[in-house]
Design a protein around this ligand. Structure first.
Ligand SMILES: Cc1cc2nc3c(=O)[nH]c(=O)nc-3n(C[C@H](O)[C@H](O)[C@H](O)COP(=O)(O)OP(=O)(O)OC[C@H]3O[C@@H](n4cnc5c(N)ncnc54)[C@H](O)[C@@H]3O)c2cc1C
Length: 377
């Protein structure tokens, strides 16, 4: 069949999870899709993420399920240790996370982004090493000027540029307005697998402090994770990597178990990801011809383990809603169809936090009692 009308054009900012998933569905629905990503290429590697519930149906419909099943990280053991490194409990992770064995997927974030990218790269235009500098909706479409200097007009623009979304900042206002700080900061970084861990996570706690080592396989590297309670978000540290390291070293200074070795690894690590634990809560996810999705619109925080699933499900709903009508009706239908699951997920944040990051001695003791009874000790 010959197409008589030109395809509507869309720009998606961000090529991690939400962006390529939306690109896939919009391309299928007949849109001409461009994705702009500020990194030089798809960012592979990184910690494992969960894909659960409806998100599994979404990746199945995308034809990715067999590939993702092959990439499943089979985490077999979760061990909790006390201040001195003594074992509190050791159990199967699903006893704590409530995951469904044989159905839920846990995969390296990079394996998921690679699979999503491979699914769309031939049908969608990717602009790497670039980003949106300005957006102007005063004409018939959205006039975009890129950091590289090129300028183009799109029918619609989507922000899938994560927790600290620049699209959100440009269209909806400063992050502080929508960011709900959850009282913790964290750092993740790779380090040598000095304990010989394999397919397991070891979690050390004192009140308000958590150190964890996450071994996806029995290889030479583990993901180290340090989390600590902090009454206000240390915004002044966000651009200052040395100050982040100094704060963490200070907070964990007298810690036992393997923490001194983890701190030494932190000092030497090039690839440290530091952030405040928080959520994005917005009254609306669209304005005119611009809409947000994934962490940019509704980051639930990693305490829920659902950020990736929400990003996948949101992309599917958003593209489906647009295909059924014009953008104003489509965006309204996207919000109606997605908000409920987002709110329910965000409201569940206390559950995960209480298990991994108890902040008082009493909460830690209650948590340990619960873990001992789950493990039958
Ligand atoms: C430590 C940690 C552990 C986590 N664990 C889990 C878990 O177990 N399970 C789970 O489901 N989720 C987890 N998450 C959350 C999960 O990673 C996110 O919720 C999910 O990746 C959302 O995807 P996204 O595509 O919306 O955003 P992101 O993955 O943040 O991607 C945003 C993309 O936009 C790009 N970008 C940013 N700014 C611009 C710009 N101005 N222009 C162009 N591109 C830009 C970035 O480079 C990036 O590629 C975890 C997060 C962290 C930090």
């Amino acid at each position: 069949m010959t197409r008589t009308t030109p395809r509507p054009t869309v720009l998606v900012s961000g090529a991690s999870i939400a962006g390529p998933a939306l690109a896939h569905w919009l391309n299928r629905h007949g849109y001409a899709v461009t994705v702009v990503e500020k990194a030089r290429t798809i960012r592979s590697g990184g910690y494992p993420v969960d894909v659960r519930g409806t998100a599994l149906d979404v990746v199945e419909k995308m034809g990715l399920l067999p590939r993702l099943r092959d990439a499943h990280v089979d985490l077999r053991r979760l061990t909790f240790r006390d201040a001195d490194g003594g074992e509190v409990a050791s159990l199967h992770p699903h006893a704590v996370t409530g995951g469904a064995t044989g159905r839920d997927l846990e995969i390296r974030r990079g394996d998921l982004t690679d699979a999503l990218y491979a699914a769309v790269r031939d049908d969608v235009e990717f602009l790497f090493d670039d980003s949106v500098d300005t957006l102007d909706q005063s004409g018939h479409g959205v006039d975009v000027v890129f950091r590289s200097g090129r300028s183009r007009t799109f029918d619609l623009v989507f922000g899938a540029d994560g927790m600290h979304s620049r699209t959100r900042g440009m269209v909806f206002g400063p992050e502080e307005r929508f960011h709900r700080y959850l009282g913790h900061c964290f750092a993740v970084f790779p380090m040598r697998n000095t304990l010989g861990l394999s397919h397991e996570t070891v979690v050390w706690n004192t009140p308000g402090r958590t150190a964890a080592l996450y071994a996806v396989e029995d290889d030479d590297e583990v993901h180290a994770f340090l989390n600590f309670a902090q009454p206000a978000p240390p915004r002044e540290l966000f651009g200052d990597k040395q100050a982040q390291r100094d704060l963490i070293a200070d907070v964990f200074a007298d810690a036992g178990w393997e923490v001194p070795g983890i701190l030494a690894a932190l000092r030497d690590a090039d690839d440290v990801f530091f952030d405040a634990v928080g959520q994005i809560r917005m009254p609306r996810w669209s304005s005119g011809r611009v809409a947000l999705l994934g962490d940019a619109a509704y980051a639930p925080s990693f305490l829920t383990g659902q950020g990736t699933s929400l990003a996948l499900v949101g992309a599917y709903h958003l593209a489906g809603a647009l295909a059924a009508g014009g953008h104003a009706e489509g965006f309204a239908a996207y919000e109606r169809g997605t908000r409920d699951v987002v709110t329910r997920t965000q409201d569940r944040v206390g559950e995960g936090g209480g298990t991994l990051f108890p902040t008082t001695a009493a909460a830690l003791e209650r948590r340990n009692e619960r873990l001992r009874s789950l493990s039958g000790r």
